[in-house]
Ligand binder design. Structure first.
Ligand SMILES: Nc1nc2c(ncn2[C@@H]2O[C@H](COP(=O)(O)OP(=O)(O)OP(=O)(O)O)[C@@H](O)[C@H]2O)c(=O)[nH]1
Ligand SMILES: [Mg+2]
Length: 439
């Protein structure tokens, strides 16, 4: 089957010192030979300075680097053209390559080809996109770990252990003359299945932190007007971002600011003070505050001596903060309340530490590879459910092995879905549609 040669700009469009245009497919070297008007073929990983002709007219000089199949990112012949970063030059080169037989690449098509040619598994392919879009150095490290096979190794070990249990059971089903499983075999099977389940569960647990790292977390500061929400958010950020005043109802629009806490991208949202009002602008602000509360991962709920905390119905991670402790100290007995003064900065450092603790899920060992996409988590939840079904069936009747074996096969096929060893077009479309063009 002949596969189209694809082309796109790998660097952002605009004006820059250098731009990179990449071609992948079996016509790549041929097309660039025509563009640079030479018959001399490019050599693997050798950069060459060559002229660039568009319809026989010289428009630039560029560095051409070839990566020959199968030793390239996609597994196909790739040529990268590093030209001057002018959008008209790039556009002309891309148009010319299309005239000569290439077609514009779809988002993620290079990585999709790398996956289809066995250069990357699905987990690694997802990591490529997440690495490019990582919003903190911690997230970069995590995706690099997964790209280098971190989570893949763990799951492959589980698969290996399951195959070993399954071959045991299949031997008993098909070959063994003895109609009964002996005690040692039963214990071995049970222990192996339980270990696999434990390892699967510990991988699922890493999702919360993995997702926080790649998607970021939202922390909303909520309370009655004048309680000091804007003053506190400004203090944490170290800038006068929101207007503060002693007039209640100062903040109406949501004021969102992205920052990094413990390597995790965090959006701090300063909301409008919640109370009953007839002012329709304030009303709209309060409506928006409630919307934020619904989607936030963590709520910082402020109150002070004169103003009670807002009652939030949604079950959420919440931190209660007593503000204005400089004018009236906290007299309640709730040990979980953080007593602070937003203006003086008193207790704010401790509060930030608590926010960091809540969002970074310190229970998880940060050195572990983490699950970062919902697709990965869902596949692992299915593996886990097959494994618990298998264990339960086996405990119920340890001589009836056909059904537990079936569940183990189910777990293995979900592992294959996880790594992309088996997959469907839907899954592939979904994974690669999130990519940028040129990757
Ligand atoms: N003494 C004292 N005053 C504070 C403290 N925190 C805030 N204030 C004052 O309280 C008033 C209201 O502060 P804001 O930060 O604007 O309050 P807010 O909760 O954002 O109010 P809205 O935007 O109206 O909902 C300002 O005059 C602040 O200077 C504090 O810790 N101690
Ligand atoms: Mg405010």
């Amino acid at each position: 089957m002949s596969v189209a040669t694809i082309v796109s700009q790998s660097t952002p469009s605009g004006f820059s010192a250098i731009a990179v245009i990449r071609l992948s497919g079996n016509k790549a070297t041929n097309i660039v030979a025509k563009i640079s008007n030479t018959d001399v073929t490019l050599k693997h990983q050798k950069a060459e300075l060559r002229p660039v002709y568009i319809k026989k007219k010289l428009i630039d000089e560029a560095i051409f680097t070839a990566f020959m199949s199968p030793r390239s990112y996609t597994g196909e012949d790739i040529v990268e053209i590093s030209c001057h970063g002018n959008l008209h030059i790039c556009e002309a080169i891309i148009t010319e390559t299309v005239r000569l037989g290439a077609r514009i690449a779809e988002p993620g098509e290079y990585t999709k080809r790398a996956f289809l040619n066995g250069k990357l598994n699905l987990l690694q392919a997802e990591s490529v996109s997440l690495l490019i879009n990582a919003r903190s150095l911690e997230a970069v490290k995590q995706q690099t770990k997964n790209l280098n096979g971190g989570a893949t190794e763990k799951i492959e070990q589980i698969k290996k252990d399951l195959i070993s249990v399954l071959s045991h059971l299949e031997y008993e089903l098909d070959v063994s003359e003895d109609p009964l499983l002996n005690k040692t075999t039963i214990n071995h099977i049970k222990t192996s299945l339980k270990t696999c389940l434990k390892n699967t569960a510990s991988m699922i647990k890493t999702f919360e932190r993995g997702s926080a790292l790649s998607n970021g977390v939202k922390v909303a500061f909520v309370g009655k007007p004048n309680v000091g929400k804007s003053t506190l958010v400004n203090k944490i950020l170290g800038i006068e971002k929101s207007i503060t005043s002693k007039i209640p109802g100062t903040t109406r629009d949501l004021v969102s600011t992205e920052t990094i806490l413990k390597g995790i991208p965090v959006t701090l949202v300063d909301t409008a003070g919640i109370h009953t009002t007839k002012n329709h602008i304030e009303k709209e602000g309060i409506k928006r505050s409630f919307k934020e509360i619904k989607t936030a991962d963590l709520i910082v709920s402020l109150f002070c001596k004169k103003l009670q905390a807002v009652d939030i119905k949604e079950v959420k991670e919440q931190i209660y903060v007593y503000n204005k402790a400089d004018i009236a100290p906290y007299e309640g007995d709730n040990k979980k309340v953080f007593s602070i003064s937003a203006t003086k900065g008193m207790g704010v450092g401790r509060l930030v530490q608590q926010i960091e603790k809540k969002i970074s899920g310190l229970r998880v060992n940060a050195a572990e590879p983490l699950l970062t996409t919902i697709r990965q988590k869902e596949a692992m939840v299915k593996v886990s459910s097959c494994l618990s079904n298998s264990i339960n069936l086996f405990i119920k009747d340890n001589q009836q092995i056909e059904l537990p074996a079936q569940e183990i096969r189910g777990a293995i096929s979900n592992i294959d879905l996880f790594t992309g060893k088996t997959t469907t077009n839907d899954i592939l479309d979904n994974v690669f549609s999130t990519f940028c063009v040129g990757k």
